[in-house]
Design a protein around this ligand. Structure first.
Ligand code: C2E
Ligand code: MG
Ligand code: MG
Ligand code: MG
Length: 283
């Protein structure tokens, strides 16, 4: 569309930028408003122990339902929240939500569950994550050992010394740590070995083709063995079929998450699912 004419080209791009910048500002303002007005909601996706088939925890996944635009997926607004700094407030909201909800379920007599919260690289490198998490644990009375923080493999690649230090502090406070989307980054074995991790989550892209592509199957198998050698538990992300689950069981994978068991659910629906599990055990 831009013309060869210098002036027109300049004009075209300026207009374009202004429009984009304006749209971004509008989105940002809407997100800020959504946070304030409680229009962000945490969904819970069950995490299942493969040997017992029981729910052992849940991952919190944020949802934004906008009155005009409808459902906006996290992959669309988390990157924006990261670049405008809103991620810190959103991160705080999700952590508080996890601990408040987790404590309420404990008080109601539901089985103790681990709750996993996604933490952005920006939160991780800001320097006050440890104090923030500890103060939320104190104010909500949720036990530290039931809280897990998920950090993506790529988030761990900057300032490694500091990442290790932060992780050690979180670990010392009793908080569990997981590496998310594993296999999509470039962590070296030497580095992995230094991280105080509890859980390694194998990225969905491998699990997706585990039954159809031999390379993906062998890679998944190798990742599971590697994790066990390093004394981490392993969870497979995005399990959608019984065949995938059977293979993962053969490979001695410890846990899984995925549509095969359940999509992420609103808190109340997740609670019902748990109650159902408790009832089935008593039969
Ligand atoms: P993630 O942490 O790797 O979460 C897994 C994503 O896979 C979720 O997408 C989940 O709904 C989806 N999923 C689970 N099982 C299946 C399956 O069987 N098949 C398929 N096709 N997908 C499955 P979602 O909820 O859209 O979240 C996308 C990403 O957004 C998350 O990836 C995470 O990186 C980010 N995110 C979500 N909530 C938060 C949050 O509270 N804070 C931060 N910083 N990031 C978040
Ligand atoms: Mg995650
Ligand atoms: Mg993931
Ligand atoms: Mg992801």
């Amino acid at each position: 569309k831009a013309k060869a004419d210098g002036r027109n080209t300049y004009r075209y791009y300026t207009d374009e930028l202004t429009t984009l910048a304006r749209e971004r500002l509008v989105m940002e303002a809407k997100l800020r408003q959504a946070l304030k007005m409680n229009q962000l909601e945490c969904y819970y996706q069950p995490q299942i122990a493969i040997t017992t088939g029981k729910i052992v925890g849940a991952e919190l996944l944020i949802r934004w339902c906008d009155a005009e635009q409808g459902f906006i997926p996290p992959d669309h607004f988390i990157p924006m929240a990261e670049s405008c700094g809103l991620i810190h407030a959103i991160g705080h909201f999700v952590l508080e939500q996890a601990c408040t909800q987790g404590y309420a379920w404990l008080v109601q007599g539901l089985p103790a569950l681990k709750l996993s919260v996604n933490v952005s690289a920006h939160q991780f490198s800001k320097g006050d994550l440890e104090q923030q998490v500890i103060s939320i644990l104190q104010s909500t009375a949720f036990p530290a050992h039931l809280l897990e923080l998920e950090v993506t493999e790529s988030a761990l690649m900057h300032d490694k010394e500091r990442v290790i230090r932060t992780m050690q502090q979180l670990r010392a406070a009793g908080i569990r740590l997981a590496i998310d989307d594993f296999g999509t980054g470039y962590s070296s074995l030497a580095y992995l070995q230094q991280l105080p991790l509890d859980l390694l989550k194998v990225d969905r892209s491998f699990i997706e083709k585990i039954t159809s592509n031999d390379a993906d199957k062998q890679i998944s198998k190798a990742i599971i063995e590697l994790a066990h050698t390093l004394r981490f538990d392993v969870l497979a992300e995005g399990v959608e079929t019984a065949e995938q689950l059977a293979l993962l069981k053969d490979m001695a994978c410890d846990y899984y998450q995925g549509y095969y068991y359940s999509k992420p659910l609103p808190a109340e629906a997740f609670r019902q699912l748990l109650l159902q599990q408790v009832a089935n055990q008593q039969d």
